[in-house]
Design a protein around this ligand. Structure first.
Ligand code: ADP
Length: 556
């Protein structure tokens, strides 16, 4: 950067020599005479300066970009770690698309701002300083015309203050658009079958138009800086021409020194303009930085307690004691629930939707912490155990199976990252999934599409069960699929589940007759309370009972 700035400033000197020599030629000096003295030095300088300038420019750009890219990658890694570390609840507070836009858009804004800061603050500022020194050295009186530029300082400050707000609006809107796009593409199936394409296009179209409005506001502010400097630049040049002509005619200066000062102004103008708009870029960068630090600085409230102990060699005795739970929005999902699953028991949670069944399932791996009461495993309050050991002891099979766009083997392997290929295949066998997996084009190495779109519902479930089998946890949480699987898949899924539950404590949100009939105990939940407890037989017999009515409704 220093070399580049020096090389650029030297141009004023080159112009001075060229103009003075040309003037001498015109006044009748011979070419040979004109070339004497430092006249000949002009050639190496003419070739040398661009060479130095070009090479330093090349190095400086790569350096500035790699500094910016490295900083940004660091931020992305920190944001990702913080996102995975934060509370589950934080994801329901913020639309996923907004979070994604921070990783993609805001990080880009910062990278751009960093490159500008490095280039402008160091390189351009040096160029400005060196050029001004060169100008003063060659014709200090004329160079004083530069002070006119100082008039630009106040309007530029006023403009950047206005811009701070516009930049924030633009960035927040990018988050909105990303969320809307994500939502829209995630819902492609529904949008197509309900013929909602036109509505979606219109809805998102409005967002894109809004972007134009917000962006134009920002650009309008930004665009004001250039003309101000342009007009002032014109004034500076006019002043130089007038005083320059006077100086030359009265023999105070050579034409070359006027050429040098004008060249200096040409060099200064774009640099000053860049410095003038730098504040805008910094404002934009700072506002993106705030959004990024919101993610990085988010402290999870669900963490290991000060003297947390690991849960080891547990029996799987799960107990909820008078548990109350309120969601952040104040919804009281559980109002004093007590229930128990002894080691190896099968417990079924049933009841109308909204009763609190999923909430109970979410409390066990501490996706949320209870608002009052306690959850214990083998009589240890789960808030006193380490999160890692707690979650290691729990396997979850939910009805919306989460599959990643990876191979079948990898998807099962998430159950236990240390598992061998053989373990994975055995787990698939136990989950009655081995046959259909080996029939896939690349067997276990078949890449299943995003969310496993290439598999049937029953197949996805069996992969999820294989994953849980591989995890080999003593406590198993199961959210039974409500959607009807075909009879054969259903039988296979049941068979797989039976193997899985062998010797484990199983807590199931039950929808199937087969499951509730086998349950050691059924808890009927309604509006956040356990309203009935018992076996299928005892509850079904109870006249006027809620379970009896549910059973008649759902199972005939
Ligand atoms: P179920 O699984 O029995 O259908 P849930 O446990 O999902 O019931 O829900 C219990 C209550 O909590 C419902 O009133 C539901 O609207 C509410 N609820 C569930 N999830 C949230 C959430 N993330 N934020 C606020 N309220 C929620």
């Amino acid at each position: 950067m220093v070399m580049l700035a020096l090389a650029t400033a030297t141009y004023t000197y080159v112009v001075k020599i060229v103009v003075d020599k040309a003037t001498a030629l015109e006044q009748g000096q011979s070419a040979l005479e004109a070339a004497k003295g430092y006249g000949l030095a002009i050639l190496p300088i003419l070739i040398g300066i661009p060479l130095i300038s070009g090479l330093s420019n090349y190095g400086q750009r790569i350096l500035a970009n790699s500094i910016a890219l490295n900083s940004v990658a660091d931020m992305q890694k920190q944001m990702l770690a913080a996102s995975h570390n934060t509370d589950y609840a934080s994801f329901s507070r913020e639309p996923t698309g907004n979070r994604i836009s921070k990783f993609v858009h805001d990080v880009g804004v910062i990278s751009h701002a960093l490159i500008r800061v490095i280039s402008n603050l160091v390189r351009d500022l040096l160029t400005v300083i060196f050029t001004i020194i060169a100008m003063l050295w060659q014709n200090w009186m004329l160079s004083l015309a530069m002070v006119i530029f100082a008039l630009a300082i106040w309007p530029i400050i006023a403009i950047s203050q206005r811009m701070r707000g516009s930049a924030k609006d633009v960035q927040e809107h990018v988050g909105v658009i990303t969320s809307e796009l994500k939502e829209s593409f995630d819902g492609t199936r529904m949008i197509k079958t309900y013929g909602l394409e036109a509505r979606e296009n219109e809805r998102l179209g409005k967002s894109f138009d809004e972007r134009i409005r917000l962006f134009l506001k920002l650009v309008t502010d930004q665009a004001r800086v250039d003309p101000i400097l342009e007009v002032l630049g014109g004034l500076v040049i006019a002043a130089i021409v007038i005083f320059g002509v006077y100086q030359v005619s009265s023999g105070l200066a050579t034409p070359g020194s006027i050429g040098a000062v004008l060249t200096g102004i040409m060099i200064l103008s774009p640099k000053l303009r860049a410095l003038g708009t730098l504040n805008n870029v910094i404002q934009e960068g700072l506002s993106s930085l705030t959004r990024i630090f919101d993610v990085i600085d988010e402290k999870p409230s669900i963490t290991d307690a000060a003297r947390a102990v690991p849960l080891e060699d547990i029996q799987g005795h799960v107990k909820l004691d008078n548990v109350r739970f309120l969601y952040e929005d104040g919804t009281e999902a559980l109002k004093g629930v007590s229930l128990e699953a002894k080691p190896g028991e099968l417990i079924a949670l049933v009841g109308e939707s909204g009763g609190g069944k999923s909430t109970i399932i979410n409390l066990l791996p501490r996706l949320y912490d209870v608002s009052a009461g306690s959850v214990t495993i083998d009589d240890v309050d789960i808030r006193k155990t380490t999160l890692e050991s707690l979650r290691k002891n729990i396997a979850l099979v939910s009805q919306d199976v989460t599959l990643f766009n990876d191979t079948v083997a990898a998807n099962i392997g998430f159950g236990d990252l240390t598992a061998s290929r053989e373990d994975i295949e055995n787990a698939a066998r136990a989950a009655a999934a081995h046959d259909f997996i080996t029939a896939l084009p690349d067997g276990f190495d078949t890449v299943i599409g995003e969310d496993g779109d290439t598999l049937s519902g029953g197949q996805k479930q069996r992969i999820a069960i294989a994953r849980a089998i591989l995890r080999d946890a003593p406590i198993l949480l199961l959210d039974e699929a409500t959607s009807a699987l075909d009879a054969e898949s259903e039988a296979k899924v049941q068979q797989a589940l039976e193997r899985l539950s062998n010797g484990r404590t199983l807590i199931v949100i039950a929808h199937r007759l087969a499951t509730v009939q086998k349950a050691d105990r059924i808890y009927v939940l309604q509006e956040g309370q356990v309203v009935e407890t018992g076996t299928h037989k005892s509850l079904a017999r109870k006249r006027g009972g809620i379970y009896a009515r549910l059973k008649d409704l759902q199972m005939g």
